[in-house]
Unconditional design. Structure first.
Lengths: 164, 542
């Protein structure tokens, strides 16, 4: 008889799915601070947009914050602190933050770098494949090995120590 | 769960209760159920489904960080218990779910070498195992065939007869690049065996190279043991109870085990069994044994030797990531590893340390994972500012050359019960005390140089060296070691506790030394061997 019991029917015990929205929306000041930090970490260069120079910047960082929802309080706390930093001093302040509070800097910079890399503009620019099915050809592996690439290893023979 | 089921659970006396549903729990359940025994497994987590995994989501790399973290303290799912990591050089990773930590392992499927079982004899350190490679080989083979390991027979780093059941996945541009460099150096390499089937087998699909193996396979093509073994175990009649957190193993006046006490949604239960099999791995198992102290076992269950929790080995891993100009299609899976090398795994005392590392080359999917994050170890402006745009382009063509460090046992590296920290059910949490040994640091330094050398021969334009690879030490070994002497070990060669006649430990705890191989293959083989011996024990009792 097949018997599987799930004691908790309403709660996933081993999977916490990402939220669709962060615990609350960013305030205007928080969003403005995110723009300054994004442009400091990722300046425009060689035709690439700056960190905030994305058509859907606000929706992208909001989506990223929803995914990283467990850390939303930490995120808004640092944004509150950084909102008082003039933009021309932001680089030095962020470098200081990285050295002194790496976890918070990691969170902030991951959110912004993630939003940037998963933007339509950068997906189109980088053409970096998202995870997808791409099964190999039936003979791909055999064709590789039939070139004799393993022959030098085989010719050298066993390399392990024999024991009783 | 209704009252009727509650009563049934309490009144039943199973042939065996298994604690933990990871690879060893799954194999034990399947083996006993196939032999006709009544077996129940208690698992504190529940199922993660292929549709849950990060690859199904937009911004998948962020999802992997937010909700699929390797370290339980960072993940904080309801099934997780906290770890005190204030006194460890590495924060261990694990996953609490059906299938255990194979949910997010990379399925590198390598065996210990014959010399790993004879470290005391050959190198004069640690202890020999009470079994040999030859004794374990048939059980390695049986598990490999069941789950469908992919690879190439004849690896010159192992004795004859190692023959993975399924053909290998292609090496791809990345693997060919890595292999070419090894040939140029004249060093051993071999297509890496992976528990990632190249063809459909059993309940597993064929690999479609999503490249997100570590974050869970959306194809159902990785041998995580929720997929690879549990369907067959349940079909054979094994009972799996999820959401069941075991608080202690119960014993009678004679000191024999009587079953397991567990908690679900705040309600306490007790399941009785003739045999108790602990499969909670190198941290969960000693935690539970220490929690199960009693008048008959005042220092913890099966702990007359005082060794429960001691000799923790974490396999500190390291890597050198090389970035290349040519298109290596580094985004393509599986991850998995394309090639391994055992060139340096046997002892050469001229290197200044004993034993040695295993090397493996892997693809590097994800611009955050393998572009942004490694560069965080460099000066600030090497990643941020104008260089950001170079970093994300370079990350497209990278090879991750990693190494497992053979972490020798030391009693000071240990798991104890934290006096203050508790899980969500009020059960004391484990405290991890772990420091790198001198041998470990010397080995790590040596292999980092070798990994860099491979990249340089291959023509890498830039290297990022990562000595402390975060989220990697999911290899939790040695805290209930095997041995023939009850004074110097916890269990015998079949995982049977020296102190408790009907208690078996079948997980990474029972390793005597760590070896350099990724350990799940050996954990699985040991579990199968122990389970078959347990069948004989139960038959004799009946």
């Amino acid at each position: 008889m097949v018997t599987v019991q799930q004691a908790h029917t309403n709660e996933r015990l081993s999977v916490s799915m990402p939220r669709q929205a962060p615990p609350r929306n960013f305030t205007d000041l928080e969003m403005q601070t995110l723009r300054v930090v994004a442009d400091t970490l990722i300046p425009a260069a060689n035709g690439n947009p700056s960190g905030s120079g994305l058509a859907k910047f606000e929706s992208l960082v909001t989506r990223a914050a929803a995914i990283l929802d467990k850390h939303f309080a930490t995120l808004t706390a640092i944004l509150g602190e950084l909102s008082a930093i003039p933009s021309e001093q932001m680089w030095d302040r962020l470098r200081e933050l990285e050295a002194q509070d790496n976890e918070t800097f990691y969170l902030l910079s991951t959110l912004l770098a993630g939003a940037y890399l998963y933007s339509d503009e950068m997906k189109a620019e980088l053409q970096y494949p998202a995870p997808h099915r791409n099964p190999p050809g039936l003979f791909d592996a055999a064709d590789e090995l039939s070139t004799g690439i393993l022959d030098p290893v085989i010719e050298r023979g066993p390399i392990f120590v024999r024991v009783d | 769960m209704g009252r009727k089921m509650d009563a049934a659970l309490e009144e039943d006396v199973y042939d065996a209760v298994i604690i933990g549903s990871g690879p060893s729990g799954a194999i034990t359940a399947h083996t006993l159920a196939m032999a006709g025994f009544r077996v129940i497994c208690l698992e504190q987590g529940d199922y993660a489904l292929p549709s849950d995994y990060a690859a199904n989501h937009d911004m998948w790399e962020l999802v992997a960080r937010g909700h699929w973290q390797a370290e339980p303290n960072r993940r904080g799912n309801p099934a997780d218990y906290p770890l005190n990591v204030s006194e460890t050089d590495l924060a261990p990773s694990m996953y609490n779910a059906v299938g255990g930590s194979t949910i997010h392992y990379s399925a590198l499927w390598s065996r210990l070498a014959p010399s790993d079982f004879r470290v005391r004899t050959l190198d004069g350190v640690a202890d020999d195992w009470p079994i040999s490679y030859d004794k374990l080989a048939p059980f390695y083979d049986e598990v490999d065939d069941f789950i469908g390991v992919s690879g190439v027979e004849g690896d010159t780093a192992y004795p004859e007869g190692l023959s993975p059941k399924l053909p290998p996945m292609p090496l791809g541009k990345l693997g060919l690049k890595a292999a070419g460099a090894m040939n140029e150096l004249g060093w051993h390499w071999w297509p890496h065996a992976n528990a990632i089937p190249s063809q459909k087998i059993g309940s597993l699909a064929a690999c479609a190279r999503w490249g997100t193996c570590i974050q869970g396979c959306p194809e159902g093509a990785k041998a995580s043991f929720d997929m690879a073994y549990w369907p067959a175990a349940i079909k054979a009649g094994a009972k799996l109870v999820t959401g069941a957190r075991v608080s202690r193993i119960t014993t009678d006046e004679s000191g024999a085990a009587t079953g397991a006490a567990w908690i679900s949604k705040g309600t306490r239960y007790h399941t009785r069994a003739k045999q108790v099999v602990v499969c909670a791995n190198g941290i969960g198992t000693p935690r539970l044994l220490l929690l199960s102290a009693s008048e008959q076992h005042p220092h913890g269950l099966a702990n007359s030797s005082g060794l429960v929790g001691k000799n923790l080995m974490l396999h500190p891993n390291c890597t050198v990531i090389g970035y290349y100009d040519e298109d290596l299609e580094s985004w393509r899976g599986p991850v998995g590893s394309v090639i391994s090398s055992m060139q340096f795994f046997e002892t050469d005392r001229s290197r200044g340390f004993v034993r040695g590392p295993k090397l493996h080359a892997c693809p590097t999917p994800g611009l955050l994972f393998n572009g942004i994050d490694p560069h965080r170890l460099l000066p600030f402006d090497a990643l941020w500012g104008a260089n950001f745009h170079h970093v994300i382009r370079d990350a497209r063509n990278a090879i991750f050359w990693g190494a497992n460090i053979d972490d020798l046992p030391e009693e000071s590296n240990r798991v104890t019960l934290d006096p203050d920290l508790c899980d969500g059910d009020g059960i004391p949490a484990p405290k991890i005390s772990y420091r790198y040994s001198e041998n470990t640091l010397k080995m790590r330094s040596y292999v980092m140089g070798k990994l860099a050398e491979i990249h340089k021969v291959a023509g890498a334009k830039k290297l990022v060296e990562i000595a402390d690879l975060k989220g990697e030490p999911g290899h939790l070994l040695g805290t209930g070691r095997m041995g023939q002497d009850a004074k110097t070990s916890v269990v015998d060669e079949y995982g049977r506790a020296h102190d408790v006649p009907n208690l078996v430990i079948s997980d990474g705890s029972i390793f005597v030394t760590g070896g350099a191989a990724n350990p799940t293959s050996t954990i699985a083989a040991l579990a199968l061997r122990n389970a078959k011996q347990l069948i004989a024990t139960l038959n004799e009792a009946n």
